[in-house]
Design a protein. Structure first.
Length: 293
């Protein structure tokens, strides 16, 4: 039985909650301090993995360890830019949806470095994604790039590169080893930001709960994606499908008071259609396309 669809569903759900929690947390913490403190939410995931898999890393593939660590570090940077986009006033529904277009970067890397090929649906999905970016970028003052889109581009690129490294790492490590290295990279980043960033005079208990939950759901989503990769799922399918988390986030964001205009709704809908297209297998469409794992 293929287990990667189950793990992908867990990732979608976990990241859906993560997208909402980052909005609810709001400006209570700076993006950097939020990244640092959210790492506390990884403890329930990291401790069991470290006890079970830590000794085995001594003989594990150095390349796999390096790839997983690099993916984790890049994700930390992506998180900070994502939180910054929200911190600077970006509409949460738009930022969440745009960040879900990270598979565009993942597939581009797969095309260039792994010589994978896109099927027709994935090409169409890329087109929908670009149209969505255009709609969400429209500016009444004629500016070339809207602030929201400008702020969302860095996390799109960083999350896309990280997803690519996740997949490659699972070719050299077991899933638990890859998860341990990937999430373990968050710890030094948390220490750095925790020491460098100014702390507020007091952090309310509500903010502590939100930021720890933020880290837990982010970590659980990444654990699920890496496990799906290791279970044999194709990167060109899992990466886009797992980034459909806005279908969880958007209804919950409306419940907490977010408002979305008709143009934004159209752009969001096209972005989601694009994500579905990017995740289309198409293996029966052209048997000559080969593996895209």
């Amino acid at each position: 039985m293929n287990t990667w669809p189950v793990w992908t569903l867990i990732a979608v759900t976990s990241w859906g909650f993560w997208g909402v929690l980052s909005r609810i947390l709001g400006d209570a913490l700076s993006p950097e301090l939020g990244q640092a403190l959210s790492t506390l939410g990884l403890i329930p995931l990291l401790v069991p993995l470290a006890l079970r898999e830590g000794p085995g890393l001594l003989s594990a593939s150095r390349r796999g360890v390096g790839l997983a660590l690099s993916g984790g570090l890049i994700t930390c940077l992506g998180n900070v830019t994502y939180y910054s986009a929200l911190h600077r006033g970006g509409a949460a529904a738009t930022v969440v949806t745009l960040s879900a277009l990270a598979p565009v970067a993942t597939l581009t890397l797969a095309l260039v470095l792994l010589r994978e090929r896109l099927n027709r649906m994935q090409i169409a999905g890329t087109g929908f994604a670009l149209v969505a970016l255009g709609l969400l970028n429209v500016q009444p003052d004629g500016a070339l790039l809207s602030p929201v889109v400008a702020y969302a581009v860095p996390p799109i690129l960083l999350f896309g590169v990280s997803g690519f490294l996740q997949k490659i790492a699972t070719q050299h490590l077991t899933a638990p080893q890859a998860v341990l290295c990937y999430l373990g990279a968050f710890v030094p980043v948390a220490l750095w930001y925790g020491l460098q960033e100014p702390w507020p005079a007091a952090i309310p208990p509500r903010s502590w709960i939100l930021v720890v939950a933020l880290g837990f759901f982010l970590g659980l989503g990444n654990l699920a994606v890496i496990t799906a990769f290791a279970a044999g799922g194709k990167a060109s399918i899992i990466s886009p499908l797992s980034n459909l988390y806005p279908i969880i986030s958007l209804p919950l964001l409306l419940l907490v008071g977010d408002r979305i205009g008709p143009r934004e709704w159209t752009g969001i809908a096209l972005a989601l259609v694009g994500a579905v297209g990017l995740g289309w297998d198409g293996s029966s469409e052209d048997p000559r396309q080969g593996s895209r794992s």
